[in-house]
Ligand binder design. Structure first.
Ligand code: NDP
Ligand code: 2IT
Length: 449
């Protein structure tokens, strides 16, 4: 019989042949499977039951046309996707991304990561992801509404509160969820509040869902720092992105006495020597839907950079919260040279494969996205619980539950790291192994489906 590593390599070879050119998907699967040799050695039954071969194959992939008409009457066609990856632990759950880079590969990588992230939350949710190559930038509110209605018209036959529950991701926030919920309700003729999460607070949304990913990310990083006797008080932090995850990470950092000094969007990045002015950033991004350059015009302590890297700034903690592959090997080496203590991923796969290797070979505390950014989907699951019970829990109640879930995810990572590699701080192996075992056990119980 081949060794566990040889077996993993053969599954990866098969994956590459069956999904040619889907590089992001290959990278995400490789990142998980590369951690699993010690797990397969301790649980031979996973190999006998072909868990790896099954888990890398989505249960269902839906691909649909999304036609829409702009304000000038011009016709456009985008692609819609939903990958229903794994339902061993519950109905498919995961966000929708609207961004021009969206492809089958991107949605499959995100859906695959989502399986294990959702498992780590301890909630009853399977893994899925969807989206479109539609670019929301510069579109009018009416264009966004028409696009969301057309997208939902293609998607609605496949989702439902017991089946598949989408939410937001890049380019999809409260406004888009509102338009999609309205169209779903109209198409099915009933108010099924549990079909989407991230809803408005007046019609079934949960308190803290907007903040959850950022707050959860900072809570997870706080737990990592605590293992080395440190906290956030007085730490300088670089955050990238300036969307939902970045903004609420900055909010939580400020409340813990840290000093966030940067943020970015696709037009550049900002360094603010006085620390980020959160009210100004929120006004520009959430109200005006403006660019990061607008911030610099109104804030004398801030500078805009468009050529160098945001990761050149010397900081104690770095939180990449924009998108995949925004932090490469060279950036990782620069951060380490400048003395970074912890790096935790608000975005999904922001660190490329070389960057992960660099962090793994160093002393830096490195928290991968599937553990560190799981707070968003965790509170989505709490939103589903509130919807089923027709309740609305208080802010404190949801915030407390989120904090406990992030502490628990951290503990699972540390314990699995200790169990499978003999040290507590390999969060890559820890998160992959802990999430995988939970999914594998459920798949075994449910038979060859
Ligand atoms: P938003 O759309 O709210 O914000 C995305 C931010 O990232 C924007 O500032 C955007 O800038 C920037 N960005 C996006 N793509 C690029 C790019 N190609 N190059 C440079 N900057 C880019 O999304 P979120 O904050 O929700 O998501 C950010 C990350 O967090 C994603 O990786 C997402 O998958 C992940 N995540 C989100 C969760 C959630 O609950 N929302 C949960 C867990 C993870 P610009 O406007 O210029 O494009
Ligand atoms: O990547 C993610 O975890 C999300 N975009 C959130 C998914 C969700 O269902 O809340």
């Amino acid at each position: 019989m081949s060794t566990a590593n040889e077996y993993i390599e053969s599954v990866l070879d098969g994956l590459r042949v069956r999904n040619p050119g889907e590089l992001e998907f290959h990278e995400a699967v490789t990142g998980v499977l590369d951690s699993l040799a010690p797990v397969l050695e301790q649980h031979p039954v996973y190999r006998d039951a072909a868990i790896l071969e099954r888990v890398v194959e989505p249960e269902r992939v839906v691909h649909f046309r999304v036609p829409w008409v702009d304000d000038e009457g011009k016709h456009h066609v985008n692609r819609g996707f939903r990958v229903q990856f794994n339902s061993a632990l519950g109905p498919y759950k995961g966000g929708l991304r609207f961004h021009p880079t969206v492809s089958a590969s991107i949605i499959k990588f995100l859906g695959f990561e989502q399986i294990f992230k959702n498992a780590l939350t301890g909630q009853q949710i399977g893994g899925g992801k969807g989206g479109s190559d539609f670019d929301p930038h510069g579109k009018s509110d009416n264009e966004i509404m028409r696009f969301c209605q057309s997208f939902m018209t293609g998607l609605y036959p496949f989702i439902g509160s017991k089946r598949d529950i989408p939410a937001g991701d890049i380019g999809v926030g409260g406004r888009e969820i509102g338009y999609m919920f309205g169209q779903y309700k109209r198409l099915v003729g009933s108010f099924e509040s549990g079909v989407l999460t991230g809803k408005g607070l007046g019609w079934g949304g949960s308190l803290i869902r907007t903040e959850a990913t950022g707050y959860g990310l900072v809570a997870f990083t706080r737990e990592m720092l605590q293992t080395r006797g440190e906290d956030f008080e007085g730490q300088t932090v670089s955050v990238s992105g300036s969307g939902n995850v970045a903004i609420y990470s900055i909010e939580k950092l400020l409340s813990l006495g840290a000093k966030p000094v940067s943020f970015s969007d696709s037009s550049g990045w900002v360094y603010d020597s006085e620390g980020v002015d959160l009210d100004l950033l929120k006004e520009i991004k959430e109200v005006r839907r403006g660019r990061v350059s607008d911030y610099v015009k109104e804030r004398p302590s801030a500078e805009l950079h468009t050529d160098s890297s945001i990761w050149n700034v010397p900081v104690d903690v770095a939180l990449p919260c924009a998108t995949q592959h925004e932090l490469n090997g060279e950036h990782a080496r620069t951060l380490i040279k400048n003395g970074v203590k912890a790096v935790a991923e608000g975005a999904n796969m922001p660190t490329d494969a070389e960057g992960v290797e660099v962090f793994e070979a160093s002393d830096v505390l490195y928290g991968p996205g599937k553990a560190a950014n799981a707070g968003g989907v965790a509170v989505s699951a709490l939103e589903m619980q509130q919807n089923s019970a027709r309740q609305s829990w208080s802010r404190e109640d949801v915030a407390d539950r989120l904090d406990k879930i992030m502490e628990d995810i951290h503990t699972q990572c540390v314990e699995a790291s200790q169990k499978y590699v003999g040290r507590p701080d390999d969060y890559v192996t820890g998160s992959n192994a802990a999430g995988f075992v939970r999914v594998a056990e459920a798949m075994i119980s449910q038979g060859a489906v």
